[in-house]
Design a protein around this ligand. Structure first.
Ligand SMILES: O=C1C=CC(=NNc2ccccc2C(=O)O)C=C1
Length: 124
C-alpha cells in the first residue's frame, strides 16, 4: 500500500490540529500543534512539535513526537502511536500520550504526569 507519510494536517478527538511539515529520508519530522484545549482564555498560538516515524512500505508505520507547550504552561507532551489505513482507505493515527506538567516541588512530582490516548484523522 501507500508509504506511510505523516505530512499534512491531522485532527484529534479533542478538536486539536497537528500540522506535520515535512518528513525527511530518516523519518524525522517537525511541525506545529494547534491545541483545542487550554485553560487560559488567551488566543491559542501553535506549539512546536518534533518527531520521528518509520517509513514502512505497508503504510502502517509507528511514530513518536514531542509537543513543547512553552507558550502556555511549561508542560511537555509526548505521543507514541501507529498509523492505520482504515477499511475505506482513510488513515487513522492511534496514539497514547504522556503529559508532564511542571510542579513547584519534588514532593509534588508524583502527580505531575498524566496519560491518555488520542485518535487523529486527516483534515482536508
Ligand atoms: O497549555 C496546554 C498544556 C497542555 C496541553 N495538552 N494538550 C494535550 C495533551 C494530551 C493530548 C492531547 C492534547 C491536545 O491539546 O490535543 C494543551 C495546552
Amino acid at each position: 500500500g501507500k508509504l506511510c507519510d505523516l505530512t499534512g494536517w491531522w485532527e484529534n478527538d479533542l478538536g486539536s490540529k497537528m500540522h506535520v511539515l515535512k518528513v525527511d529520508s530518516e523519518g524525522n519530522f517537525s511541525g506545529e500543534y494547534h491545541t483545542a484545549v487550554s485553560s487560559t482564555d488567551k488566543p491559542i498560538q501553535p506549539s512546536p512539535l518534533v518527531g520521528s516515524q518509520h517509513l514502512d512500505k505497508d503504510g502502517q508505520c509507528t511514530f513518536g513526537f514531542t509537543v513543547n507547550w512553552k507558550k502556555f504552561s511549561d508542560s511537555t507532551a509526548v505521543f507514541v502511536g501507529q498509523c492505520f489505513s482504515g477499511d475505506n482507505g482513510n488513515e487513522v493515527l492511534q496514539t497514547s500520550w504522556l503529559l508532564r506538567e511542571k510542579v513547584d516541588s519534588l514532593p509534588s512530582d508524583w502527580k505531575a504526569t498524566r496519560t491518555g490516548h488520542n485518535t487523529f484523522i486527516r483534515t482536508g
